[in-house]
Ligand binder design. Structure first.
Ligand SMILES: Cc1cc2nc3c(=O)[nH]c(=O)nc-3n(C[C@H](O)[C@H](O)[C@H](O)COP(=O)(O)O)c2cc1C
Length: 132
């Protein structure tokens, strides 16, 4: 995939990742690794902002963190960067959870965003970016 190219998810893609309470990646499933272009070993132990795309406004992640840290479920649209400099859009749902050992963490489940949803968020996030 060439630089700055979009990867369009198929209808069945389901990208899952898990972090600790600080956003360090603990787990990523095969779909996440495949679309992002990383081996799972490259991701585990890294902060989740390693897949952050520069077009994403800070306000989106501020809202994500505020929501899950108070114990609520966040959902929203995210543009992520791939290892080779491309990108992909997802609709993400992020859940706070507690493991059986008592440690707290977060789980993100992502599926394909529609063309319309993507268009809408390109303009919205452009506006938010201009306010930064
Ligand atoms: C479970 C979980 C999944 C996340 N997934 C992503 C993601 O796919 N892409 C992303 O850019 N940030 C993701 N984040 C947010 C990052 O932790 C981070 O806040 C964001 O990339 C912005 O970087 P910054 O906080 O260093 O400014 C996730 C956070 C959590 C808790």
């Amino acid at each position: 995939m060439a630089h700055n190219q979009e990867t369009v998810l198929d209808d069945y893609s389901f990208l899952v990742s898990e972090t600790d309470s600080k956003g360090i990646i603990k787990f990523a499933n095969e779909d996440f690794c495949k679309i992002a272009g990383y081996d799972v070993e490259d991701l585990i132990g890294k902060p989740h902002n390693m897949v952050r795309h520069n077009d994403m406004p800070r306000a989106a992640f501020k809202d994500l963190w505020q929501t899950v840290q108070r114990g609520d479920i966040w959902d929203g649209y995210v543009k992520n960067a791939t290892k080779d400099g491309g990108y992909y859009w997802v609709y993400a749902t992020v859940y706070p959870f507690e493991s059986s050992d008592g440690s707290k963490g977060f789980l993100s489940c992502r599926r394909k965003a529609t063309k319309e949803e993507i268009e809408e968020h390109i303009s919205l996030y452009k506006e938010w970016k201009m306010q930064e």
